[in-house]
Each structure stands twice: as C-alpha cells, then as structure tokens.
Design a protein around this ligand. Structure first.
Ligand code: GCB
Ligand code: CA
Length: 882
C-alpha cells in the first residue's frame, strides 16, 4: 500500500518537474507567431515616422492583411504613394539569447523596415515574402517599435504595366520569428532554408535530396547534428538519418542528404499523397533540439510533349485549369488565409486540376492547398506587356524570380515557373520600326537572362511564358527560349468569331509542332444585369459568356496536342483602369467578386467532374425575366441546363417539356414562359440514381400592342441602340432591347446602333447608357389618348475618350467641334431646342429629361429628332401613362 503511494508521488513529481522544465524551455526552439494586429497606419509620408517618440495616436488603427486602396474600385487615379505602419512589440526576457526576425508575407510594392528607429532593410517587390534579422536592433525586456514604410508608386519593380489594380499595403501576414543561435538560414530570398529535390521518380522508387544551410549566430564553433526524418502519407516514419556538421562562428554552412523511397505513393490531383520531411538541428553535445523545419513533398513525374500534350505519372493528362487573381471587392488584395482557402476549395469543387497563379506569386495558403487538394500549378512573376529601359528593373526581376522559386520550391503541385506575360503587347503598341526592334531585343535579353537563372535555381521544372495571340513571339524567338508556350487567346472576344480559336491553334501546331502548348488564357466578360436573346461579342451579356466558354471547352478537349487551358479568370477582379460595363472591374470571372458562382461555374463543373452528379439550371443569373408578347400569349425564351447527366427532362409548372440529351454538357429548351411564376424542375439519372433540381423564374410580359388596360401599370423602358435587356438592380426595372416599330406597336424608325466601352459618369447604370441609337428618324408608340410621361436619356459618347482634351485640374473638356446639337419634337411640338448633352453634362455625362405630354385623337407618341451639328441620338427611353 505504502509503496504504491510512493510510486504515484514519484510519478507526480516527475510529471511536475517535466512540466516545470517545459515551461521554462518554451520557445527554446524556433518560435513563430503572427504580429498582424494593433498597427497604426497613416496614408502619407511623414518625416520621422520611423522614429521613437512621435505621436501616432491619431493614426488609423488597422490589422494586417491591410490595403489602403479600396479607392481603386471607384477611382482610376487610386492612391499610389507612401503609407506608414507602426506597431510596438514587447520582447520579454525569454528572447534574451535568441535570434529575432520579422517576416512579411507580402507588402506592395517597396517596403522599408525600421526597428527602434534603425533601418533594418528594404524589400522591392509586392508579391513575395521577405525576412529580416532584427536582433541587433532589439531591446529585450522592453517595448520595441517596428515601423514599416510601404510605397506602391510606379518604380523599377515589376509589374510596371498590367490589367489589374496594384493595391498598396502590407496585405499578407506579418510574423515574429525567434530561433536559437544555430538555425536554418532565414535570409535566403525569403525561403525557409531547406530545399527538397525529388528525382528519378517511378512507380517502384523515388530519390529525394534535402539540402540547405545552417547559420551560426554565436561567436563560438558549434557542432550540430542534422536529423532527417521522412514520414509517409499515413504519418508513419519510414526513415530517420543524420549527419554531423561543425560550424565556425558567424558562419553559414551548407548541408545535404539524399534518400530513397521504395514504391512511393505517388502524388496526383486524384490522390494528392504528401510525404512529410522533417529536418532538425540538434546540439551534438546536449542533444537538445535547436531548430526544426517541416516540409511536405510529393513524388510524381511528368512531361510536356509538343504533339501529345501533357503526361502525369506516365499517363496522358489534360490540364483543366483556371487562372486566379487575388482580390475581392471592397477589401482589395487584403484577403485572409481563410478567403484564399475558400477560393481553392471552390476551384477544386469545379473539377479543376491545374491553376495558373497569375500574374504573380500568391499567398502560401494557395500553395499549401494546391499540394493538399491536388491542384497542379504554374506560378509566375509579373513581367507584363513591356520591358522598360532600366537596368535596375532587370535586377529586380531576377531577384523576384529567385524569391518565388526558393519560397515555393518544395511544393510538389508546382510543375512550371513563368516569368513573362504578353511581353510584346504594349511593346508593339508603343514602338514601331527600329524602336520596336530595340524594345523586342530588350525583352529577349531579359528572357534569356531569366531563363538561365530559372534553370540554375531549379534543375527539374520547365519554364513557361504567356504570349498574346500573335505569331510575332515565334518570329522573335521567344518560343526557342522557353520550354512551354502559353497562348492567351480571345478570338470571339477581342476579335470576331470564336472559331478563330481553333484555327489559330491548328495553325500554330502546323508551324511549331515541337513547342508544347497551353492555352494560358481565354475568357469573356459578363454582367448579371445584362441578358440577351441574340448574344454578341462585347455585349457583356451573361449569355454570350456562356456561348463563348461552351465553344472553347469543346475545342480544348478535342485538340490533343493542347496540354491544357486555364480560363481567365476565376473571379471578377479589380482593374482600376478598365471602363466597360462595370468600371474598375474586369468581369470575365466564373464567380462574382464576392465569390457567388455565375451559372458558367457549373458548366465547368459539368464538364470536368465525372465523379458526382452535376445538374444545374443555368438561369440563376436570370431569375427575373422580361419579354415582349402579344397580349395573353406565353413568351418563348431559351432555358439552358448544364449537366454531366446523359439526358435530362425539364418540367414547367409540373408539365413536361420533354427529354433532351446533354451535348457538350449542355441541353437547351424553348420554354413558353407565362406571366408570373414559372416553376422549373429538371430530372435525370446519374449512375442509375434519380437526381433533380429546381428553379423558380418570375416572368414579366411586355405587350406588343399597348392598350388602355395594359398601360395602367406599365413602365415601358427601352435600351436604345442595344440588343440586350438591362435590369437596374436598384429599381428592378428592365429596359428592353431596342426594336423596330411596326404598325400598331412601338419602337424606332430609322437610325443605327452605336456603342462605347467608355465609362458613363455619374450613374450606376453604366451599360444602359453605353449604347445609343444614332440619328433615328423617330421613336413611335401607338397608344390610346391620354396623358403620358416620356423620359429621354442622352450621353454624348461619340468621341473616343482618349481624343477628348481633358483638363483634370479645371475639370473642363475642350472638344466643342465634336459636340452634337439637335432638336427634339414630340407629336410635332418642339420640346427641346438645340439640346447639347455634351455641353450641359459633359461628354460621357448623363442628361435626362422627363416630359409630360397629351396624346389626343392621333393615338400615337412620335418622338422626332432634327440635328444641327454632329448627330442626333438617344441612349434610353421610357414611356408611362399617367
Ligand atoms: C490578357 C492579360 C490579362 C488580362 C486579360 C483580359 O491577355 O494577360 O492580364 O486581364 O487579357 O481580360 O483582357
Ligand atoms: Ca442604351
């Protein structure tokens, strides 16, 4: 009895001592934690901002991730300049014999870090991480001031051009790291200091090498053991090994170890098997662990072939891919890790097996999920459109390339590195003749230089570049430099006819059969407010984007030599210089900025997922429809389903509309919509199991013939000069496509449509006014007698924006010779004499007029236009009976 008691006391004491020791030694190894909160921020440059003692109490309180550029969603001239961040950190005595570092996962674009008023270092480049040793500047047992100056103005750092917003700020996590005096090298281009090579991988075996450097920050010789442990995907240790290294004071010592895995569990998108490699440094005397790093790795082999496409682990494999930008309205690029992970989950869910991390290195969370979810990756640095004449620029490119490769080297998901996008695009716009030759040669020289660096940095992965759809890249020789050719192709979007897509690819294949090819971009914009029964390129209708993608997906699948394709872009992303239907946004996304999926998201899913049923009524983006009918009759409009089922039956309000086969993952019905609710239900079988889905569409019928009865509650709105429906989300009112008058009905007589992509000022209904009918004879509405309200809207959009001499300081435009001046008469009475919309509201401004008129026995409203200078026009009309 007594003995037992003693034993348990003894045990208790041991546990207690252990806990006590543990609490004392916490942080004995590497200690890493975020320092994201409690920062003060000021969006301007101030002298002494790095210094102790200045008063920052009135500065804004912010948390990291942070950007100062939410203005870029409203303002082309968003703030590009300096911002200061300050934070105090208390460093307890625990840090006494430690080496201390700060790490920033990204700050755009140039960051200067100060500790207690001392400049610690500068980092140039907004998309890669950097780590600074701050030990000499720190005060232990005291508060320490960290101040960071960030500058996102245009400089010698890529990108100097590009179709996206360069949000400034510390927009990825910030960390405080402490290590013992012997530790893995932390100052090697932001890497974690340990690199894993995998090579000679096959079904039966795989070789791997663990290499890196250890730093001794103590002033005595230190003998350490480097211990390597590899665990299989199930977490079982398969091998532990070590070697002994002795390091001189303040020296950096390389280490390397090679091992072999028999019958590796291969990594692939279907089975993303990850092995864990732990590398640890032990004090060879005390046997205490000093530092430890965990890296995941995966074993796979692959190749690109010019004629046969891509192969993974010996099997032919199509890269079904997606490009991804990293912002979200209104928070810019300051996404949390959860938000990055959400994107990756959504991308995986769609059946995507390949991502182009474009146009710049992205958050570690993205790479982590590529590895874990099984998404192959192309990562690149943002050298875009043109190479400026600046020697520092090339140096910065080279550094950034090294940073990207060293920081993300260990990720098995990465299968290629990229370094240029459409590098001749702006080059060719800006230069001609001899100057163009010089500029092209400059880009070639940089490409050669970076290709060399890339191959020195990574002996295993191929290089890739994205060209725009022009053979000039081959003529200049870019395809001879790079291993894989990426083509950004927009036939049917930026040029006519989407069959140009396959023609271009086939021609390339004929000319350059040995160049492995990827379609690195293809895409079309869409705007939920815009719908069309006659979709056209650049109308931004939801329906045109659908048709475009349906075509491209089928071609990519068919053309065998095409290794794969990455759709541009997963999201509607911020591009401050863009106008189009949503100014400041490039809306080619498959999901809206807030990540709500568009209907086309499900087209991809139906196309790429074979393992789960996909049955989606592709009208979630058009649930409130409008159409024109003869009174009382249903209105027939198409309704599409995206599905991987063989066939689907569609029901409307319980009645079958028939069974259709899904071709190209698509089936379309002509649905006779009735006014009010239309309950649509789709049914089919997947693997013998019944699957169904439903959607309710409310339909508003607009009468072809206006009479006293239907005019009672009618607001007849016309999107002049456009073949699209436009629905204003604020009022819910739909503006109908422009239509020609026929006897007894309503519409235009004469004139022609005209459209711009320029932004209309002072309205949220931009797309409505971006189209107009030019020089119409009249608009005519056959209506019963009575009082009416007629609204006419004008925006003078004929002069291209860049041709308008616009004085920003004065806010004036001097282009009077381009102004359009005209009279408007309603039922022969002049209601506007010499209206000049550009003069009264500015070019691209909005001028709206509402008139109250009486219709007598003539039974019509005739709106006539007579021009004096330029052209007469109208952008939108509305008629309402009072
Ligand atoms: C491209 C560019 C990309 C643009 C895209 C577009 O070719 O590489 O940065 O955003 O076209 O939407 O025009
Ligand atoms: Ca219009």
């Amino acid at each position: 009895m007594k003995k037992v008691c003693t034993t348990s006391l003894y045990r208790f004491t041991i546990v207690f001592i252990y806990l006590f020791l543990f609490s004392l030694t916490i942080g004995a190894q590497r200690d890493i934690k975020t320092i994201n909160d409690g920062w003060r921020f000021l969006k301007q440059d101030v002298t002494d901002a790095s210094r102790l003692g200045i008063d920052d109490k009135l500065w804004e309180r912010v948390s990291i991730p942070h950007t100062w550029n939410s203005d870029a969603y409203t303002d082309k001239a968003y703030y590009r300049g300096i911002g200061w961040y300050r934070k105090n950190i208390y460093l307890s005595d625990e840090y006494k014999d430690k080496q201390l570092f700060v790490r920033f996962d990204a700050a755009n674009t140039v960051a200067s870090v100060y500790v207690n008023g001392n400049m610690v270092g500068e980092h140039r480049g907004g998309y890669t991480s950097f780590t600074f040793d701050i030990t000499p500047y720190c005060l232990i047992g005291k508060e320490n001031l960290i101040a960071v100056k960030v500058d996102n103005s245009l400089t010698d750092v890529p990108p100097v051009s590009g179709d996206f917003t360069f949000f400034g700020g510390i927009y990825r996590d910030a960390w405080l790291i402490s290590t013992p005096k012997q530790h893995f090298e932390l100052s090697d281009f932001g890497s974690n200091g340990v690199f894993i090579d995998t090579k000679d991988v096959s079904e039966s075996s795989a070789l791997y090498t663990v290499r890196g450097a250890i730093k001794n920050d103590e002033s005595l010789v230190k003998k350490v053991e480097v211990v390597y442990t590899i665990k299989d995907p199930q977490g079982r240790i398969i091998k532990t090994d070590k070697n002994i290294v002795s390091i001189q004071p303040n020296e950096k010592r390389d280490f390397s170890y090679s091992g072999k895995v028999e019958n590796p569990q291969l990594w692939s998108p279907e089975n993303p098997n990850l092995y864990a490699i732990e590398t640890a440094i032990y004090d060879s005397k005390s046997k205490k662990v000093l530092d430890k790093i965990n890296n995941n790795t995966g074993f796979r082999w692959y190749k690109f072939d010019g004629k046969e496409g891509f192969f993974l682990n010996g099997k032919s494999y199509k890269l079904n891919g997606m490009c991804r930008h990293q912002d979200q309205k209104p928070i810019g690029n300051a996404l949390t890790d959860e938000m990055h992970r959400r994107d990756m989950q959504m991308i995986k869910e769609m059946g995507i097996n390949f991502i182009r991390i474009s146009h710049y290195p992205q958050d570690d969370a993205i790479l982590e999920l590529c590895d874990k979810l099984g998404i192959l990756a192309w990562e690149e640095i943002p050298i875009i459109d043109i190479v400026p004449e600046d020697a520092n620029y090339s140096v910065n490119c080279e550094n950034m390339l090294k940073e990207m490769i060293r920081q993300h080297y260990n990720h098995p998901s990465i299968i290629m590195w990229g370094y240029m996008n459409e590098i001749l695009l702006v080059t060719q716009r800006k230069f001609k003749g001899d100057d163009l030759k010089v500029a092209t040669d400059r880009a070639l020289a940089l490409a050669n230089r970076l290709e060399k660096v890339l191959k020195e940095e990574d002996k295993f992965r191929p290089s890739v570049m994205a060209f725009h759809g022009s053979d000039s890249y081959n003529k200049a020789g870019f395809n001879d430099i790079v291993d894989i050719v990426g083509w950004n192709l927009y036939q049917g979007w930026y040029s006519d006819g989407f069959t140009g897509f396959e023609k271009f690819l086939q021609e390339q294949q004929k000319q350059h059969p040995d160049n492995p090819k990827i379609v690195s971009e293809y895409g079309a914009g869409s705007d939920k407010r815009i719908h069309s029964l006659f979709p056209k390129r650049f109308d931004f209708s939801v329906e045109y984007q659908q048709e475009y993608i349906e075509h491209y997906l089928s071609v990519i699948e068919k053309e065998k030599y095409v290794s794969g394709a990455t759709y541009w872009n997963f999201i509607d992303f911020g591009s401050a210089l863009r106008d189009e239907s949503m100014p400041r946004i490039n809306n080619k996304g498959l999901v809206y900025s807030d990540r709500t999926p568009k209907d086309v998201y499900f087209l991809f899913k139906a196309f790429y997922r074979k393992d789960v049923p996909v049955l989606h009524i592709a009208s979630h983006d058009w649930q409130k429809r409008t159409g024109i009918t003869k009174s009382g009759e249903p209105c027939v409009q198409p309704l599409k389903i995206y599905s991987n089922l063989t066939e689907v039956e569609l029901f409307q309000n319980g009645k079958s509309l028939g069974i259709k086969k899904c071709e190209n993952s698509t089936a379309t019905w002509q649905v006779p919509f009735i006014t009010g609710d239309n309950f649509l239900m789709a049914k089919g079988l997947f693997d013998g199991k019944p699957i169904e889905t439903a959607l309710s569409i409310s339909f508003n019928s607009i009468p072809e013939i206006l009479d006293a009865e239907n005019l009672k509650s009618l607001e007849l709105a016309i999107n002049a000069g456009s073949s699209s429906f436009y629905t204003s989300p604020e009022s819910g009112l739909t503006w109908l496509p422009d239509r020609e008058y026929s006897a007894g009905s309503w519409g235009f007589i004469g004139g022609k449509p005209y459209q711009t992509q320029g932004e209309i000022l002072a309205t949220a209904d931009n797309p409505l006014y971006q189209s107009l009918r030019e020089s119409p004879d009249q608009y005519r509405f056959d209506v019963p007698a009575g009082r009416y309200e007629v609204e006419l809207s004008f925006s003078d959009i004929f002069t291209p924006k860049e041709k308008l001499a616009y004085d920003l300081s004065e806010g004036t435009q001097d282009s009077s010779e381009n102004e359009s001046i005209f009279d408007i008469a309603i039922n022969d009475k002049v209601v506007e004499s010499k209206i000049n919309p550009a003069r009264s509201s500015g070019f691209y401004g909005l001028e709206r007029k509402r008139f109250i008129i009486e219709v007598g026995e003539q039974h019509y409203i005739e709106i006539k236009f007579r021009s004096f200078s330029g052209k007469s026009f109208v952008n939108a009309l509305k008629v309402r009976k009072l």
